[in-house]
Design a protein around this ligand. Structure first.
Ligand SMILES: CC(C)=CCC/C(C)=C/CC/C(C)=C/COP(=O)(O)OP(=O)(O)O
Length: 280
């Protein structure tokens, strides 16, 4: 009987760890970067290494975020936070974050010193966000730095040139990161203000809903117009769709937040489709 209880507790802890890692963004970022690596022409083993490095980095950021925030999440009784709801201990989440961070270092450097350093700088930016920048007006900077470096993690690790990613790809992903930051915070605005989190989106208040699609839309323009070669009919149609989405969001105060997410999804598809232009 006691043994059954122990097994149940252990399984609950594993499920809690899975929920504490921010599974949605972790899976989304890992999949995106791995698919971009394939599209940029990295060899299969390199794509596996890229995916493993991004996965461990995202796990370390996700877990450390929940471990740092545990007291605040308890204060507002956030049912979606497994440490606050008692499903997993803070100590277990810190340990998992440390192991993931330690694994991320060799996995990143396996793509080369410069590529690995570019990725690890992004991971350091993520930890800096968790450890304090998220409560400052500069909360968007870690997102811009970390996402802006991701295309170069891919291209610096991909032969024969091992070059930095083109400026438009770095700028577009930095803007995508800023849009992701705003999009992540908008649904939690009330809880954040109640616990004293005063990052950039919280300072914008309700305007954050309107500002969120702007960096994403500028990223769309860059991804359509900046790579070499004509934008093509599909490119111009994409710009038209994004302009229409922006008009709906600006003119309809109750516009579903999913419309902003749709602009982000369009950027992600463009990034993957233009993957071959990353490595020239
Ligand atoms: C390499 C790379 C792309 C790195 C990502 C960089 C970065 C700044 C990540 C932050 C991710 C994160 C756990 C946000 C949760 O924020 P929160 O605490 O505001 O929200 P929550 O309430 O959902 O936990």
């Amino acid at each position: 009987m006691a043994a059954t209880g122990d097994v149940k507790r252990a399984l609950g802890g594993v499920a809690g760890l899975a929920r504490a890692c921010h599974p949605g963004p972790t899976i989304a970022v890992t999949t995106l970067v791995t698919v971009v690596a394939v599209s940029a022409g990295r060899d299969p083993w390199g794509c596996v290494l890229t995916g493993a490095a991004v996965l461990t980095g995202q796990l370390s950021i996700g877990w450390s975020n929940d471990a740092v925030d545990a007291d605040r999440d308890r204060a507002v009784a956030r049912a979606d936070k497994p440490i606050a709801s008692g499903q997993v201990s803070r100590r277990a989440v810190w340990t998992a974050a440390g192991i993931a961070a330690a694994a991320c270092v060799p996995l990143s450097l396996a793509s080369g010193l410069l590529a690995g350093t570019a990725h690890l700088l992004g991971i350091i930016a993520g930890w800096a966000y968790n450890l304090g920048l998220k409560s400052s007006v500069f909360s968007w900077i870690p997102y811009a730095v970390a996402f802006g470096l991701l295309p170069s993690f891919v291209t610096l690790g991909t032969g024969p040139d091992h070059a930095w990613a083109p400026w438009w790809a770095m700028t577009a992903t930095a803007l995508l990161g800023i849009g992701a930051h705003l999009a992540n915070v908008v649904p939690d605005l009330a809880d954040d203000l109640a616990t004293g989190i005063r990052g950039w989106p919280q300072r914008l208040g309700n305007a954050a809903r309107l500002v969120a699609p702007l960096p994403l839309a500028i990223a769309t323009v860059l991804l359509v117009v900046a790579p070499a070669g004509p934008a093509g009919v599909i490119g111009w149609l994409t710009l038209g769709v994004v302009a229409a989405l922006l008009a709906v969001i600006a003119s309809w105060p109750k516009a579903p937040f999913l419309l902003t997410i749709a602009v982000a999804a369009i950027d992600i598809v463009l990034l993957v489709v233009r993957g071959d232009a990353l490595t020239g």
